[in-house]
Design a protein around this ligand. Structure first.
Ligand code: NAP
Length: 309
């Protein structure tokens, strides 16, 4: 059996990397599993982050994550670009299995697996995923040069995606199910002022049409119930996120939506020695800076726990 570690951090992104920086500086020799495909988390799929304090000129999401990563390594955190595929979190010694078949044992675990893109839930959305349906404008926008594409959603992500896509597309149609956006004011103003963006209010996508790739969307006006088809070659879904807590079901207390429940303002879960931070816990603020802050709290909570044991 492998050696007994102090602390394993599962998940990267601002929460996981910040937890690693603090835990490494506290001499806990943390091991951080970054994820095989998702290393760096959601910010790897964004462009410029304008509101992370300390960067008056903005910073590119991937650059910010790379710097956090380097900072964690500098203080001695061991980063592994693989997934944790199994966890047993009860009892004093936690056991984790990674995607390469290694088994680790640890006295404490910090969960920072973040969230995944939410899907509309249509059969053809899944079938045509990668064939015109995408969840990441920065990854796929380039393929839609001079085309007419749709973005679904009314939050900051949808505004960001729609604006970014106007760099490539000839037209972006933003489809939202209500008559007002929930995005921040500055993002809404930027979107409404963009001449390449048309907004369809009170509208839902009820089907994605196309044999081998997207060629139209079936839309429903939810005020009149009128159904219509409109030509599009791409659909970008930006309707929020769901917590990545599937490995935790039955082990850690979760709320109805799958977010990990923590004790008060701490990062302590209902399982001793297991802490949670970032988007996995936070369904209210969900900002890079709040995730980083909660990663710091998780490392401090873990440090105190280990000192007491
Ligand atoms: P969000 O704020 O939860 O917004 C999701 C949007 O999608 C809402 O407008 C919602 O409609 C719509 N929606 C949800 N389910 C839907 C469905 N099944 N069909 C159609 N529409 C659906 O998610 P987000 O935009 O991803 O943002 C998440 C968090 O990240 C927020 O806190 C946001 O501020 C933050 N963020 C910040 C920035 C930034 O630059 N500061 C950038 C991106 C994200 P309703 O409005 O009707 O509920």
């Amino acid at each position: 059996m492998s050696e007994l570690h102090n602390l394993v951090i599962v998940g990267s992104g601002p929460a996981g990397y910040t937890a690693a920086i603090y835990a490494a500086r506290a001499q806990l020799s943390p091991i951080l599993y970054e994820g095989s495909v998702t290393a760096g988390g959601a910010l790897m799929n964004t462009t410029e982050v304008e509101n992370f304090p300390g960067f008056p000129d903005g910073v590119m999401g991937p650059d910010l994550m790379d710097d956090l990563r380097k900072q964690a390594i500098k203080f001695g955190a061991k980063l592994i670009t693989d997934d944790i595929v199994e966890m047993s979190l009860a009892g004093e010694i936690k056991t984790l299995k990674d995607g390469s078949g290694n088994t680790l044992q640890s006295k404490a675990v910090i969960l920072a697996t973040g969230s995944a893109y939410k899907e509309i839930g249509l059969e053809n959305e899944k079938r045509l995923s990668g064939k015109g349906v995408s969840w990441c404008a920065t990854c796929d926008g380039f393929f839609f040069r001079e085309q007419t594409i749709a973005v679904v959603g009314g939050g900051d992500s949808a505004m960001e995606e729609a604006n970014f896509l106007t760099r490539f597309a000839s037209k972006v149609v933003l489809i939202h199910r209500r008559d007002s956006f929930r995005a921040s004011k500055i993002m809404v103003e930027r979107t409404l002022a963009n001449p390449k963006i048309e907004v369809l209010w009170n509208t839902e996508v009820v089907d994605v049409l196309g044999d081998s790739k997207v060629n139209a969307l079936r839309l429903k006006n939810n005020l009149t119930n009128e159904i219509s088809d409109r030509d599009f070659t791409g659909l970008f879904v930006a309707i929020g996120h769901v917590p990545r807590s599937e490995l935790l079901v039955g082990q850690i207390e979760l709320n109805e939506e799958g977010y990990v429940l923590v004790e008060g303002r701490s990062t302590r879960t209902n399982q001793g020695g297991v802490f949670a931070c970032g988007d996995l816990v936070d369904f209210t603020y969900r900002q890079a800076i709040t995730a980083a802050g909660s990663g710091c709290s998780a490392a401090l909570d873990a440090e105190r726990f280990l000192a007491g044991h």
